[in-house]
Design a protein around this ligand. Structure first.
Ligand SMILES: [Zn+2]
Length: 166
């Protein structure tokens, strides 16, 4: 059985951990402040455990493009618990909905266990790499001369960097 390359395993481990941490930080920050990213037609809002994306027509009166942030006494925001889509434009836009609300707990419930699984796989793979098993067919190479090919499938032994790096 072929196993994922160590580089892919590590990339999965660190990227899923980074995304999970970013989501945690975003969630934590969204409890204290709101953050708005204004672009020509879009407002992307982070606050109270969720994201709200709003599509505007270009003529609506809004803040100019840029980053905005503030405390909650300046703006009241409902807590986001679930995915919601609704329209506040009164049907003036060529879209069925101009607002989508998305809670941060949904991607967190995916990314936190995923990063846990990625760490678990990496630990198991490193433990397995310490045993003298063939990387291709898992034949036990104990007692063979170091550096010799697998007697079962003739796969060369793994390079040292693939075993020791973390
Ligand atoms: Zn083999």
């Amino acid at each position: 059985m072929r196993r994922p390359h160590p580089r892919i395993r590590k990339a999965t481990k660190w990227s899923s951990t980074a995304i999970a941490l970013m989501l945690l930080v975003a969630w934590g920050a969204s409890e204290y402040r709101w953050f708005n990213l204004e672009t020509t037609n879009w407002t992307t809002h982070l606050g109270r455990g969720g994201m709200v994306v709003v599509y505007h027509d270009s003529i609506s009166f809004r803040s100019p493009p840029g980053w905005y942030s503030g405390k909650y006494d300046q703006m009241t925001i409902e807590r986001t618990w679930w995915i919601q889509a609704w329209d506040t434009s009164g049907g003036s836009l060529p879209l069925p909905y101009n607002r989508v609300r998305f809670p941060l707990w949904i991607p967190m419930c995916i990314m936190l266990p995923l990063s846990g699984v990625a760490w678990r796989f990496d630990i198991l793979a490193r433990r397995r790499a310490q045993l003298p098993l063939c990387q291709n067919c898992s034949y036990n190479l104990t007692g063979l001369r170091p550096g010799s090919n697998c007697p079962e499938c003739n796969t060369p032994p793994p390079k040292a960097e693939e075993i020791s790096s973390s």
